[in-house]
Design a protein around this ligand. Structure first.
Ligand code: SF4
Length: 706
């Protein structure tokens, strides 16, 4: 049938996966996506990667949740973590929406009224829209009555955001990714854009073809290293040593931008004194980069007309993640490499809306637009906007993701509402996280699949997949973009915005939003950075970059041109010293585990493992290990190996990978069969409260059951 693949409609939207925020068009027939095409968006100019182009049929997967489910009174004990989609009905029974919402919301209200407002918490989602994130945090703050709301930013760039807010007054990027094409020098550190931000990687490759000098700094020899002008394969966990040595060179050789330091910054003297002792000669054996290379790269970065730094979770996911980011900020400030096209700081954001979800207030310390919950004036503003007494707003910051898990174990938190996150897979020390989730009095999960977290729930609310809803999404470049509904949700699944509103009303909120645009309108009236963006303009133009404070403002892709949004208008240097990882290898656990993502799969895999093309390319759990390490233990590629830490063990297939350093193993965290976060360490960075996913001690042996 020649007409079989002819779409009956086309819908313009954005990609549901990474923070690059590629614009795309869904081609639909009979409520199914036939194929996807790239559009001319500011971040992608018609390009798409394998996930954006082929990762769409999860939306029609037979595993979709289509009816509300309530845990059976005689269900097997929670804590049996082996999921079997064919035996779901032994654990859950189907319910009407009315009953499910009554049980879900009603039990939260009972816990709140019996054990106090702080006995409840919520995890929102960076995969949801800005409007969902905004309503979710509003529900927790006004319906639950505390600030115990967080989301996966805590697990990816919380430390970067703390350092950026402290140093330059804004937690977002200073320049868009596309600015790499205007830079003379680009440093990528602790990021693997070919895998995690593939379309951004293509712009970097284009820049290199046009003469930009690329410096790649990473313990693993990533794909980008092949085209790098210099590749600095530093020892894992030694970022501060390497970066302080580079700053030492810039200071001692007089390569600082004196005028910029004097007119636009504070705290330089303290920073200068701190890096005095970090000479390249002393740091070379620590970080594994020879002194001459440290000198060469420092000079190159400092003296180019425009140098830009991009970083990822290799920087942020350490107990010294905030210190790592502080060093990157200091590098750019001391050389004046910020505030112009082709310069600046760009923490590559992970999820397609992690920037927006953070902006919209899914953070326990701040309301939307990073306004402190502890500031009485700000609380009064939000009480007014939300039409409530200020006395009802909690003046204390709430708990973060990992703190919430500990508070559950301590009996302080008894009820948890999870929208679209999968902490049973994504949290560090996942065995502990799962025990905590199983110990809750009341767990409500709103999702599109029976995730590992949903399996532990008391009530499951079937939600909408990305192409089934309309809303705005903010990419890594601070660009707010319109995502449009292309499909209808299956069965009785509902749109997340509707579900959140129903839940809020069962907690006494009395909301009546009739359209997603009403939520956006409320947001922009509480968030100065997007105050000038109207729903109509987004419908018309598809995307606007904030800050956009007044209607008609064009939006600002490059910020900090004249000043920084801090009290004095000046940025602040914050020195950092070497702090080792919380768990170093020893004789018992002699190797290092590094976790991350792989190109074809997304985070905990709930979507991409159900996308036919993507799962057929990478169907099995793998560990990337140096061929010599594998050979030394008598193994060969494809063998099953077992990885063990002090917290748990998993077995998976060994893949020989000479880009991994000797003594380190890299494992993607997307495989439920080998949930690698059972092994990771929940130790936290004290400032960003981010766990150390990028470093813990393990041992390995051949064999096991994969
Ligand atoms: Fe989607 Fe990111 Fe790939 Fe673009 S680069 S298509 S946003 S996953």
């Amino acid at each position: 049938d020649v007409g079989m693949n002819v779409p009956d409609k086309q819908v313009d939207s954005v990609c549901p996966y990474c923070g690059v925020g590629c614009q795309l068009t869904y081609n639909i027939k009979d409520n199914k996506i036939l194929y996807v095409e790239g559009r001319d968006g500011p971040a992608n100019r018609e390009r798409l990667c394998v996930k954006g182009r082929y990762g769409f049929d999860y939306a029609n997967h037979p595993h979709r949740l289509t009816k509300p489910l309530i845990r059976r009174a005689d269900a097997p004990k929670r804590g049996d973590f082996v999921m079997d989609p064919d035996r779901v009905m032994e654990v859950f029974r189907e319910a009407t929406w009315e009953e499910a919402l009554e049980v879900a919301g009603g039990n939260f209200a009972k816990i709140r009224d019996t054990h106090g407002k702080k006995s409840l918490a919520g995890f929102g989602s960076a995969k949801g829209s800005n409007e969902e994130a905004y309503l979710f945090q509003k529900l927790v703050r006004t319906g639950f009555g505390s600030n115990n709301v967080d989301h996966c930013t805590r697990l990816c760039h919380a430390s970067s955001v703390v350092a950026l807010l402290e140093g330059i007054g804004s937690g977002a990027v200073s320049n868009p990714v596309m600015d790499v094409t205007k830079a003379e020098v680009v440093i990528i550190i602790g990021a693997n854009p070919t895998v995690n931000h593939p379309v951004a990687a293509t712009w970097i490759k284009n820049a290199v073809s046009n003469g930009t000098k690329l410096i790649v700094c990473d313990p693993r020899r990533t794909d980008m290293a092949r085209i790098a002008h210099r590749f600095m394969q530093f020892k894992a966990d030694t970022d501060v040593a390497m970066l302080n040595a580079m700053m030492n060179v810039i200071v001692t050789e007089g390569l600082v931008d004196k005028e910029f330091i004097e007119s636009r910054t504070i705290g330089y003297e303290e920073l200068r004194k701190n890096v005095e002792g970090y000479t390249p000669e002393l740091m070379a054996p620590i970080c594994g980069i020879d002194a001459e290379t440290l000198r060469y790269v420092a000079r190159l970065y400092a003296t180019s007309k425009a140098s830009m730094i991009l970083w990822g979770m290799g920087v942020s996911q350490h107990i010294h993640g905030t210190d790592n980011a502080r060093c990157l900020i200091a590098l750019s400030l001391m050389t004046g490499q910020i505030g112009r096209p082709g310069t600046g700081l760009h923490p590559l954001r992970g999820q397609n809306n992690v920037q927006g979800a953070s902006d919209a207030g899914l953070i326990p310390m701040v309301y939307p637009d990073y306004q402190s919950v502890s500031d009485p004036k700000i609380r009064a503003n939000f009480a007014k906007a939300w039409n409530m007494s200020v006395d009802l707003l909690d003046p204390e910051p709430g708990l973060t993701v990992v703190e919430i898990m500990h508070a559950i174990t301590d009996g302080k938190i008894r009820g948890l509402y999870v929208q679209g996150e999968n902490p049973a897979m994504s949290d560090p020390d996942a065995n502990h996280a799962r025990e905590a989730l199983a110990a809750l009095d009341h767990l409500v999960v709103q999702d599109i699949f029976l995730t590992e977290t949903a399996y532990l729930a008391d009530v499951i609310l079937p939600a909408s997949a990305f192409p089934e809803k309309t809303g705005t999404f903010t990419n890594t470049d601070r660009t707010v973009q319109m995502g449009r509904q292309a499909l209808n949700p299956p069965g009785e699944a509902k749109q997340d915005l509707w579900i959140i509103q129903q839940m809020a009303n069962r907690l006494g909120c009395n909301w009546n939003y009739k359209h997603v645009s009403e939520v956006f309108d409320e947001m922009r009236h509480t968030m100065p950075s997007i105050a000038g963006i109207t729903w109509e303009r987004l419908e018309r133009e598809d995307s606007v970059t904030y800050p956009c404070e007044k209607e008609g403002d064009p939006g600002e892709p490059v910020v900090f041109v004249d000043s920084f949004p801090r009290e004095s208008g000046r940025a602040r240097f914050v020195p950092a010293d070497i702090i080792p990882a919380a768990e170093r290898p020893d004789t018992e656990y002699p190797m290092v585990l590094i976790t991350g993502r792989q190109l074809e799969h997304w985070h905990t895999g709930s979507m991409t493992r159900r996308a036919t093309v993507l799962d057929s390319i990478e169907p099995d759990p793998i560990a990337l290990i140096h061929p010599l390490d594998l050979a030394n233990m008598g193994g060969k590629p494809g063998d099953i190996i077992t990885l063990e830490s002090r917290r748990g063990e998993v077995s998976l297939y060994a893949r020989a990978d000479d880009s991994s350093p000797r003594g380190a193993v890299f494992v993607p965290f997307c495989y439920y069969e080998a949930a690698i976060n059972r092994l990771t360490n929940a130790a936290l960075d004290p400032f960003g409260k981010i766990p150390e996913f990028k470093y813990c001690a393990i041992r390995i042996h051949l064999g096991g059951a994969a």
